[in-house]
Write a protein that binds this ligand. Sequence first.
Ligand code: NAD
Length: 258
Amino acid sequence: KAKRATALITGSTSGIGHDLAKGFAAKGYNIVVNGTRKEGYQIAEQLKLEHNIDAIYLPANMKNADELNTVVEKTLEKFERIDVLINNAGVQYVAPIDEFPIEKWRDIIDINLTSAFVLSKAVWQQMKKQHFGRIINMASVHSLVASEYKTAYVSSKHALIGLTKVLALEGAPHGITVNSLCPGYVRTPLVDKQIHNQAKYHNISEEDVISKILLTKHAIKEFVTTDTLTELTLFLASAQASTISGTAIPIDCAWSSS
Ligand code: NAD
């Protein structure tokens, strides 16, 4: 019997990553849940029960290359293949440049960018052997446009597009596609924290932060939903998407059109 396809999703203990894990489990993928939080064990158990697939939680800090390499080793020990790598874990820090701590800059570059390089490198040989691989990077509209006070985030997400393009070229002869999704605002704990901080900083209500700051950039005055991201990611992971590679797809309510 053919083995089930396996998806490793970083940062899948919360927000977008957690919803992607549920969507891929519902489609019959075995799932490697990853993150830094204890809930990961419970999330993996729940995916197994609800979707009749196999799932494990492999915690790792995105800042630690050894831990990331171990995640891939353990994934292959357990599932013997890895079809989809979703580099989703990411963090944000907002401050004007003259107040931006260099440690925060380094953390964000490590977590949002270097981890994607390390994990892509770690899965590469196996994906080549399979002559099939899908690497999907959760980039951002901030891969395409800038906003003030987000030096590290915007830089890391722009660079992720560069990584995506290079790996698309290197993967092409081996059946490996590499793409990036560039979402606008999605209502997750990461964004809730920003809403809370901006409300305090500007001394306005959280509703005003949403309507007067966040969604002003969206031509379509809505948050992007994780359903949209899940459906698109599932398509990019499918066999039908074999000719789509090296892209940075905006899902940004037309933010980057202006
Ligand atoms: P979130 O804060 O809800 O979840 C982030 C996940 O990353 C968590 O599972 C957390 O455990 C994990 N993580 C953070 N630091 C880690 C570390 N050092 N090691 C291992 N795991 C770590 O965030 P989210 O909103 O779901 O964001 C997911 C991705 O989507 C990020 O890359 C983010 O930049 C991107 N994104 C989010 C939005 C948005 O509006 N929410 C928009 C564009 C892009």
